[in-house]
Design a protein around this ligand. Structure first.
Ligand SMILES: Cc1cc2nc3c(=O)[nH]c(=O)nc-3n(C[C@H](O)[C@H](O)[C@H](O)COP(=O)(O)O)c2cc1C
Length: 237
């Protein structure tokens, strides 16, 4: 027996049960109105939540020491930061080297650390508009003679050009071009950083900066691995 097809036109509508939901047609105008109102509500909620979110905490310029205070074979980790992420990177490098037995000091460059007591120096800075922060460049210029008689490792904390492709690598390596004219580093580290409202305030109008979320790309394992790899170069000095 061949299957029996029933023309849709001939199918009578299902009887409506008391529990079934009957779809109601709405006018095009009402549909647009509801859509617009919903979109506006969602937008305002997102903007409001971001705007009302608390400001990032104040920047902590950490300054600490590892090892005997009297040792004269100390290492200095000097850093320059605007929004604090480079300070935390410097602290992690310090903790890693300290755990490997190095005597060291971690200090912000704005404290103008003296190099007399150090056998090696690590200098790091946030990247702004393709360069180290001005105080980091000034620190190198002011101490250029001393720095050229000791091992110096450099590191950058940045948010762009963090890829593993050749273009990305070349662009981040260029961040240190002007510093390499002043000294010959034993090693260079490039670390993905953090961009938040505090940094955005330097680039955007205040109301727009308030909408910027916290983007933290720092990879602590990568940072610790670099510190570990540079450690013997500093100790052999
Ligand atoms: C004004 C400004 C300019 C920046 N320019 C660059 C840049 O040219 N290249 C880059 O990779 N990152 C750039 N960044 C991102 C910072 O390098 C990144 O957010 C870094 O982690 C900030 O470090 P800090 O928290 O120690 O200040 C810029 C950030 C700001 C606020």
């Amino acid at each position: 027996m061949s299957p029996k097809f029933v023309s849709p036109k001939l199918v009578s509508p299902n009887p409506v049960s008391p529990n079934s939901v009957v779809p109601q047609s709405i006018s095009r105008r009402r549909f647009l109105k509801i859509g617009c109102l919903t979109g506006a509500a969602v937008g305002l909620t997102i903007c409001g939540a971001t705007t009302l979110a608390p400001d990032p905490p104040p920047v902590q310029l950490s300054s600490f020491a590892y090892g005997e205070a009297t040792m004269n074979n100390r290492v200095l980790i000097a850093y320059a930061t605007n929004a604090g992420s480079t300070a935390e990177v410097a602290a992690t490098i310090g903790e890693t080297l300290g755990a490997r037995g190095l005597a060291l000091d971690v200090k912000p460059i704005q404290d103008r650390p003296q190099l007399d007591d150090y056998q090696a120096v690590l200098i790091g800075s946030a990247i702004h508009r393709g360069h180290w922060l001005p105080e980091a460049i000034d620190f190198v210029k002011a101490n250029q003679a001393a720095l050229n008689h000791m091992p110096v490792a450099l590191f950058c904390v940045h948010i762009q050009n963090t890829g593993s492709d050749e273009t990305s690598r070349q662009r981040r390596v260029a961040y240190l071009n002007e510093v390499r004219l002043l000294l010959q580093p034993i090693d260079e580290g490039f670390f993905a950083g953090r961009f938040n409202r505090r940094g955005a305030m330097l680039l955007l109008p205040g109301w727009l900066a308030r909408l910027v979320p916290n983007i933290d790309l720092r990879n602590w394992e990568t940072i610790r691995a670099w510190a570990t790899s540079v450690s013997p170069l500093l100790q052999l000095a």
